[in-house]
Write a protein that binds this ligand. Sequence first.
Ligand code: PLP
Length: 405
Amino acid sequence: MNRDDGIRYSPRLSAVRPSPTIAITRAAAELRRRGKDVVSLSQGEPDFDTPQHIKDAAKLAIDNGATKYTDVDGSPELKAAIIAKFKRENGLVYDLTQVSVGTGGKQVIFNALSATLGSGDEVIIPAPYWVSYPDMVLLADGKPVVVECGDAYGFKLTPAALDAAITPRTRWLILNSPSNPTGVGYTVEELRALADVLLRHPHVLVLTDDMYEHIRYVDWSFRTIAAVERRLFDRVLTVNGVSKAYAMTGWRIGFAGGPAPLIRAMATIQSQSTTNPSSVSQAAAIAALDGPLDFLAERNHVFRERRDLCCKAFNDIDGLSCLLPDGAFYLYPSCAGMIGRRRSDGRTIDTDVEFATFLLEEAGVAVVPGSAFGHSPYFRISFATATNNLIKACDRIAKACATLR
Ligand code: PLP
């Protein structure tokens, strides 16, 4: 690909788009720089701080000299803490050869796809999906097979839709529960039904992204598919991390449990790209995983109040409707009722991108359009921000929407 700057870029680059959530966050920051008061609801990051005992562990690690390279895909100490976590919280038994640590869950997923996909290999991605899955598949030369899961199905993949999407070229199914962007979580029965389909297709691997495991609001016990169906254990990569539960997005530690040969292949990719994740962050992650989880109940309580507040505010606006999520810290309201309405300057809103642009320009609120998540017309807000910001944002959105004709 040739661009004006004289540099010849790879064809691979033109297949992917930069992260839309980062793009919106940038646009909001730019408006702020120009003096506009913008409330950003686009970033998926807890506003709480990393718990003190985790920060203390990192400081101690620096003082004790844990400042050098570690094993490529994680120190044995962190792997031991991850093995204990999987056993304690998920009933999954892995050994040291079956665990991988990367620079965030994002790198772990990237490694897995890069290590396994070839040209034309298909990856089933239920939509709405986390923005990065399709682009990571494309970067690995694979083919995203997006399966629409509308709100009529609670935004979940049905066994029939899964069965219909599987071909001889299918390499992976990606599951994400609770989901970014919808917050819906699969029940044991729903996972069981998907597992029954997968058992009939032994060539399909499953990547389950459990990043929001600990951020839950309903009386629903989180289960992960390798624990629900033991016969799938050798075909499942169970991905998790410390970013969301422990408010550690900047520390960049994610991990996975899976079959030893796959874990070895992922380490090979990582060894030629970033080598080990930060040694100090690994020490902090040990303290996180081995430490108490009691702070979570309090934080989830605050998240729950914010969820209820925003969900009600959106459902009170004519033209918007919103499902109450089971977990994570996002709402994914439909803006179908806004499509076709006219702004005060005469412009019509035809898509969710135009609705998000309208909210940014007229309400000074940054949200991410549903098209970024493969399912329109919707938009995503993150309620992981201060409650007064959310009240302000909902109020502004209601006032701006009232001006649409
Ligand atoms: N998976 C999902 C569904 C996410 O929402 C995110 C982050 O937003 C990640 C994975 C990656 O998390 P990290 O790379 O911070 O561990």
